[in-house]
Structures are given as structure tokens and as C-alpha cells.
Design a protein around this ligand. Structure first.
Ligand SMILES: Nc1nc2c(ncn2[C@@H]2O[C@H](COP(=O)(O)OP(=O)(O)OP(=O)(O)O)[C@@H](O)[C@H]2O)c(=O)[nH]1
Ligand SMILES: [Mg+2]
Length: 363
């Protein structure tokens, strides 16, 4: 039985009603049953709403049928997430990735849209004699744009691969902060690196990966990356488009999986993050859970270990700074236990050489 959530929103963008329900299986025509559709229609009319947002993915046909039935525009969860991503994209690469994802999303809806229009017009003479139908023209234009976007993205990917290769060839442990959106990754990143990555109480505040070298007392330098947050049912178009950005995660030596300890659904969020990690083939990277926002819970700061004595969880508050000493201690231990042997060997050689006054290492 699936929970349904719909928001009916007005012109000001405020939510005037939230409708929930549950169904065994989605209805082919409206996603919701026709009785439920009537109920939504009443709410829309009562509140003079302009839009209905579904917290689910809708097929192109369902979206269209609903718009016809309700007389207002209908947005689904994927469309909404794509919209937020478009607003947040800052870097050139981020913008290209979002455009690519949107193109894939809308082109899948285009075919249905045109057959629908043709059906409305009776479909007579639309294709005959015109050479190329509007649908074919649109599909060709989308294909062209897709190819040029892909070429630009491939170029970015080659560049970041080169940069990453330079980094991973180094003797430093690569740590990536991953986690559900709004868990506090950027706040934690700023704490650890004294950087000023954008942190805000909004979904997908971060879209671009930021990487910094950090000196940790007792461990030396490590490389830390702040990454895009994950969300339940992350549209597959976005996972595909953001593959390059997400690769930072795949190539890390250690993942600090940041969890919003104050969230009621934290365990589900952990599962969702692990699902995406599996999808991008990063589920084999050593992972440590960082329970953040303990200032809002009854948790004490500190390190929790598993039955083998390995670090399982670290309780912190990136806001108050509680547990940050524990986190730094954990980093020292992770550097000792997780640094691949070849990196250790390389570092030893570098250190031996740097002792020699003739070979002062410049960084
Ligand atoms: N109370 C409390 N709030 C926190 C803590 N850490 C972060 N926050 C708040 O949580 C919100 C989200 O923080 P971000 O650091 O932007 O979260 P993020 O994981 O980077 O989010 P995305 O980039 O969207 O994936 C902000 O309003 C932070 O101020 C904490 O330890 N305690
Ligand atoms: Mg962030």
C-alpha cells in the first residue's frame, strides 16, 4: 500500500491543501483513483489553486489526463526536483547537467503531447504531405541539442578525471561527505576545512562538488569533498546527468555518510542514500556514519564502535561544534587504517626526501 501526497498550491506558491491517500497500485489513467481525482478537483476549486504537485513520478499520459481533469497545471516529483536543480545550478557544468536531465524528461513527454494534439485536431492531414511532422522536427532539434550537451559534458568529465587522477595519485586519503539533502554536509565541510561552501536550509543547496586539502593534526593532509545531496526517488535522469559529479564519491577512499540525527525518517534516508551509492557503484567504499545535528537530540557527542572495534558512528553537531574533536580523532584513525598500502609507501618516500634539505617539498 503506497502513501500518496499531493499539494494543491495557489498563485503565491503557497500550499493551500495537502491531500494524502493510499492505493495498492497506481491507476493507469490518473495515478490516483477517479474518486480521489474528484476530491482533488473540489479542493482545487475551493482554494482557487493554480497547481497540483504530486509527490510521485507520473507518466506523461497521467500528467496530461490530470491536467485535463483538474483544469490546472500538474507537476510531478521528478519535475519539481528538476526545477529545484535548475534554480540551484551555479557552475557551467552543473547547468549543462541539469539541462541534459530536463531534456530527457521533457522529450519523453513530447511524443505523447503531439499525438494528443493531433488527436484533438482529428489527426486529418497533419502528417500527409507535410514532409516532417512537428513531432519529428522537435525530436530532431532535441537530438541535436543533446549531442552538443553530451560533447560539452564529456569534455568536463575528461578534465575532472585528469584532476582526480592527479589527486588520487597523491599520498593523501580522499574523503567524500555524502548523505541525504539537508543533512548538514556543507556545514560540516566548512567546519573541517574553514571553507565557505554554501550551506542553507533548503533542498539541494549544493550541486557542485567542492574539494579541499585539509591538515589534520596527527594525520597530516587529507583531501575532503563536499557533494550533492541525495533524495528518495532521485530521478534517474538526474543520476545519469550528474554521473560525472557523483564520481568524486566513487573514487573516494572513505565516505563520511552524514545523517540528520534529528529527522524522524533518518533510517529511511540512510537506506535511500545507500541505494543511490549502489546505483553509482560506490557501495564498496569504506563508510562511516556521522550522526549530525545532535544539538537537536539527546545524543552525546562521541565515537561508537562496531564489534570489531572499528569506528561505526560519530555523533557531532556541525552547528555547535560538539564532537568535532572526536571527528578529527576519527579522521586520524581512518587515515591509519584506510590509507592503501601504496599510498603509505609513496608518502614514506616523500617524507624521507622532504627530510633532506636539498629536496624541500613545495606544495
Ligand atoms: N541544529 C543544527 N542544524 C544544522 C547542523 N548542521 C547543519 N545544520 C543546518 O541544516 C541545514 C542544512 O545544512 P547544509 O550544510 O546546507 O546541508 P547539506 O547536507 O549540505 O545539504 P545539500 O547541499 O542540500 O545536500 C542548514 O540550515 C544548517 O544550518 C547541526 O549540527 N545542528
Ligand atoms: Mg550542501
Amino acid at each position: 500500500m503506497e502513501e500518496l501526497h499531493l499539494l494543491v498550491s495557489s498563485a503565491g506558491g503557497e500550499v493551500c491543501a495537502t491531500i494524502t491517500g493510499s492505493r495498492k497500485a497506481p491507476d493507469a489513467k490518473y495515478f490516483i483513483g477517479s474518486g480521489k481525482a474528484e476530491e482533488v478537483k473540489l479542493e482545487v476549486e475551493m482554494h482557487h489553486a493554480d497547481m497540483v504537485v504530486f509527490n510521485h513520478s507520473l507518466s506523461a499520459a497521467q500528467q496530461r489526463n490530470l491536467e485535463e481533469k483538474l483544469g490546472v497545471s500538474v507537476m510531478d516529483r521528478t519535475g519539481l526536483i528538476l526545477d529545484i536543480f535548475s534554480q540551484r545550478a551555479v557552475s557551467h557544468e552543473g547547468k549543462l547537467q541539469v539541462e541534459m536531465a530536463k531534456l530527457d524528461y521533457f522529450s519523453s513527454r513530447l511524443a505523447g503531447l503531439w499525438t494528443h494534439l493531433e488527436r484533438q485536431r482529428g489527426g486529418i492531414g497533419v502528417r500527409g504531405g507535410m514532409g516532417e511532422s512537428q513531432l519529428e522536427i522537435d525530436q530532431r532539434l532535441i537530438g541535436d541539442r543533446r549531442r552538443s550537451l553530451q560533447a560539452a559534458l564529456d569534455k568536463f568529465q575528461r578534465q575532472s578525471q585528469t584532476q582526480r587522477r592527479a589527486r588520487t595519485k597523491g599520498s593523501r586519503l580522499n574523503i567524500a561527505l555524502v548523505g541525504y539533502t539537508n543533512a548538514g554536509k556543507s556545514t560540516l565541510f566548512n567546519h573541517l576545512t574553514s571553507a565557505t561552501a554554501y550551506a542553507a536550509d533548503q533542498l539541494f543547496a549544493t550541486l557542485d562538488t567542492t574539494t579541499r586539502k585539509v591538515y589534520v593534526e596527527g594525520a597530516g593532509q587529507v583531501v575532503i569533498s563536499d557533494t550533492v545531496g541525495f533524495i528518495r526517488e532521485l530521478p534517474h535522469q538526474l543520476v545519469a546527468a550528474f554521473r560525472a559529479t557523483l564520481e568524486e564519491t566513487v573514487h573516494a577512499d572513505v565516505l563520511l555518510h552524514v545523517v540528520d540525527a534529528a529527522s524522524d525518517v533518518r533510517l529511511d534516508q540512510i537506506d535511500e542514500v545507500n541505494k543511490v551509492l549502489k546505483e553509482i557503484e560506490a557501495d564498496n567504499v569504506h563508510q562511516v556514519l556521522v550522526w549530525n545535528k545532535i544539538d537537536l537530540t539527546a545524543h552525546e557527542a562521541g565515537i561508537e564502535r562496531d564489534e570489531h572495534g572499528r569506528i561505526a558512528r560519530i555523533y557531532v553537531s556541525a552547528k555547535t561544534g560538539a564532537g568535532m574533536t572526536d571527528l578529527r580523532e576519527a579522521l586520524v584513525e581512518l587515515v591509519e587504517t584506510q590509507t592503501p598500502q601504496w599510498q603509505k609507501d609513496k608518502k614514506k618516500i616523500e617524507d624521507d626526501w622532504s627530510d633532506d634539505p636539498r629536496f624541500r617539498q613545495v606544495d
